[in-house]
Design a protein around this ligand. Sequence first.
Ligand code: ATP
Ligand code: MG
Length: 364
Amino acid sequence: MPQITLRGITKRFSNVTAADDLNLIVKDREYLCLLGPTGAGKTTTLRIIAGLTMPDLGTVHFDDRDVTSLEPEKRNAVLLSQTYSLFPTMTVAENILFGPEIRNMPAPEKEQLLVSLLDLVRLTKRADSYPWELSGGMQQRNALARAIATNPDVLLLDEPLRALDARLRIVLRKELRSLAKTIGLTVIHVTHDQDEALVMADRIAVIRAGRIVQIGTPQEIFNNPISPFVANFVGQSNFFVGRVVTSGPNGSEVEDHLGRRMKARPTEVPLGAKVVVAVKVGHTRLLKFNVAKLRGTIERMLFEGRVVHVDVDVDGLGRFSAKIPASHRDRYHVGDKVGIGWGRSRAIVFPYPADGLENELRVD
Ligand SMILES: Nc1ncnc2c1ncn2[C@@H]1O[C@H](COP(=O)(O)OP(=O)(O)OP(=O)(O)O)[C@@H](O)[C@H]1O
Ligand SMILES: [Mg+2]
């Protein structure tokens, strides 16, 4: 199944640049998650790969084949669109078998395929229902099965699990990925759910304003984000703004406007430069008030099951968040004075963004 290469893809809609000199390589049989905020250009990118939208500039290759001006039907790439549509006069089973019918698949093979796809998308009992008799999530699963049944080389999925309830979404994450691996498909799966991307992807491509801003394994994207935006979009971060005051091979120190010095990873940013230090919420610790340099007041505690999310109003800095084990819940209360800290290796130093931190973190 092909490697997909996008080179210099640009697409404008009147005054909006949906793809802006976008470059991306999706490897043969890779499960790639395209992760980004709303309006980032995710659907546009999929449609360009499927041949449903023509780019203004740039090329699309499947392996060495330039498919940029090839008809959608000739690409063997199927797009499961965000607004999935089923044939309203066909049952679940007929919708699934639409592609195999056209290809004249022999009956026994067709029957076997139908059974396994109905099982995959948990619709065995609804095989004879019509789309209007199904819930939104069932329709989406039906559309997913129909897309897979067309036997594509490339599967383009636009938010395929969006309409499902939380439990089923988590089950289908695993099954969809393992199915793609079994068949050997090259998959691009669009999502704005970071957890989904982290769990499912071989690699994640983070897209923003029509450009791929970082591509890497889930671990790379999570542990070594390239910018404050990625640090916050994938696994929410706290930010500490200051200037680099010491710097060496083992780490650096950053001091804020109130003279508080915090430890961070080594940095190339020169001494004295304004920086922002990002620390994942999950890596931020609550400390005893007396021993901490950053101190504040607990303003909110949200029970999340195994952990409790704690928001702390830090003096002169604003909100920092942390997670504590649910078993520690009774040690803290809203209004308590606490400290905030982190391990040096968890704190990543970025040059202060030219347009300001707020603009850097914007997701609209
Ligand atoms: N056919 C179109 N005509 C005009 N503008 C469009 C068209 N398609 C997309 N756009 C614009 O291009 C930008 C990118 O749109 P796109 O649908 O690719 O975003 P997305 O990342 O899929 O967002 P979402 O997560 O909301 O689905 C948006 O600003 C959108 O309004
Ligand atoms: Mg979209």
